[in-house]
Write a protein that binds this ligand. Structure first.
Ligand SMILES: [Fe+2]
Ligand SMILES: [Fe+2]
Length: 194
């Protein structure tokens, strides 16, 4: 980003925005994801401030009520498929991206994309979105059998880490009888192509 003071002010506003809208627990997750995403950005040559900004805002809409998600999605013309109708909280990424744009004036498309797609994924997402996707799965409080392997992998190869994280999420959802979101399937196909 071009202007350091502007950056710092925006990061501060994003932090306050998340803190205001989230429980202490979820705000804690948000800050850990921001720290993790920023460190992945530095490691992989991405813009650390932009990556941190996306991470600070990624779950800002997570505590919105289902009816409100659907109302906002309609008002803002967000895409709502069968999975979103069944589970409105899948809209928390797209809704948070709109809030970032409308309420904080975030204009950077990479940042908005990363926020928008962080839940169900998307084929051909950019590196910043990949970094956030992975950071969300490996922040220090995450605890599952393969998480340490994934943490190591994330510092070596973001794309490979995203592939494994996504496979794990899909297996977990399948085990709970949940449908795989088409965007997740498309993301996995895209990751496996390269
Ligand atoms: Fe989320
Ligand atoms: Fe999250």
């Amino acid at each position: 980003m071009e202007n350091r003071a502007h950056n710092d002010a925006l990061l501060e506003a994003a932090d306050a925005f998340a803190r205001e809208r989230l429980s202490e627990k979820r705000y804690g997750h948000t800050v850990r994801v921001a720290d993790t995403a920023e460190s992945l950005a530095r490691k992989h040559g991405l813009d650390p401030a932009r990556t941190r900004l996306a991470a600070l805002l990624h779950d800002a809409a997570r505590e919105t009520e289902p009816d409100e998600f659907l109302r906002l999605a309609k008002e803002w013309n967000l895409s709502v498929g069968e999975p979103e109708r069944q589970s409105a909280k899948l809209l928390h990424g797209p809704v948070a991206a709109e809030l970032a744009r409308r309420e904080l004036g975030v204009a950077n498309e990479e940042v908005l994309e990363a926020i928008r797609v962080h839940t169900v994924g998307e084929a051909e997402m950019g590196p910043l979105a990949l970094a956030l996707y992975v950071a969300d799965k490996i922040e220090p409080a995450r605890d599952y059998p393969s998480v340490d392997r994934l943490r190591r992998l994330a510092h070596e190869d973001l794309r490979q880490a995203a592939t494994e994280a996504l496979r794990r999420v899909m297996a977990y959802n399948a085990g709970r009888g949940r449908l795989v979101h088409p965007s997740s399937r498309e993301m996995l196909e895209w990751l496996e192509e390269a």
